[in-house]
Design a protein around this ligand. Sequence first.
Ligand SMILES: [Zn+2]
Length: 437
Amino acid sequence: MKYLVPDYVYTPEGLQANKAISIADDGRIGAMMPYAGGRTLTATDTVAAEIVMLPGIALLPGFVNAHSHVFQRALRGHTHRPLSHQDTFWTWRRAMYAEARRLTPDLLYEGAARAYREMLASGYTTVGEFHYVHHQPDGTPYASPNAMSQAVLQAGHDAGIRVVLLMAAYAQSGFNQPPEEGQRRFCDVSVEAYLARVESLREKGVPVGVAPHSVRAVPEGWLRAIASYSHKYELPLHVHAGEQVAEIEQCRVAYGCTPVELLERFGALGSLTTVIHATHANATEIGLLARSGCTVCVCPTTEGDLGDGIAPYAELLAQGIPLAIGSDSNTRLDPFEELRWAEYSARMRYQRRRVLVADAMASPGPLLLEYGTRNGAKSLGIESGVIAPGMLADFVAIDVKHPSLAGWNANDVLDGLFFGASAEVVVGTWVGGKRIR
Ligand SMILES: [Zn+2]
């Protein structure tokens, strides 16, 4: 048993002072108890216990990055120069495919370990890795069919971050179109072959989710089989939808409906489902997402970088849809910036302030924290994102004496963090009770 004694801790009741947090040997939070100025806990509590004093620190729940393609970190800077006369998501995608093509298990491991260390330094303690570079460049499986998945998992393990591996399924380049050259290594020969690879990871105890890449990339039979596998084993199901207008137009041509309607038709919406982006979701789609209990994961820095558009934040919020965040293409790794841009881009879309708030007279800070922690954890099926007994002991330490936070008070500390600071205020990270940095 050990105890952390920060100056402040952010719990579901708000910011609290003079609390000790006990961490059990299984990496979960045991109890939270009063602790004031050097006074010992109780005689029984302190026997053989390690007490770690954390002066000048506010502990927050660790941030959850619900959507990452870790290898894309290598593209930052290199895809911001002209790639064509008029760059779009689609010209960026060509550059991304070229990067995906050169990956080997070793290169993937090296890049992922570096990026995961950066994520930890910025305050993310869990990552949902939406992993789709599975096979050799021509599509032939490696001798070990999950060699690339293992490279990601090993990188996560060595960096110390919690990884939920969202195994992407890919079959085609577009509705009823065969895969392009650059997509072959993303594709399995059949949904059975894909599910067999998921199964072998799941049986080893790897935290996994299933992830039909998008309605473009998998046909009906795949989507139905993957959705039923998700239900059978209660696994998270993540899927990109509505990031680009072209996808919606193509979906209408192929099926006479929008991507979210198609997901519903094929049984892929439910409380285990997280739709990534939903940037161009219309009112019908938002209604379906709400009724099905889905989460939406927004990725504001990537959506800005790729020129995707701004999610219909106010409509999603009005329908009570939980939002999570993802660093997606990983151009920026900073949960504070990601959350700030969720609110800022919403302000620009609706031309008003305080869009992402729990009620009309609330501050954005608490809801943004929920997006960055609890909702991401729920989306990934892990018991994290809240500092409370029984939850995983995943924390970030905030330096409350940092110049960015000068003048803070207990009422507006979260607003100060999300609007006035960035990841430079993070001075420590714990994953499963273990201090990583
Ligand atoms: Zn993505």
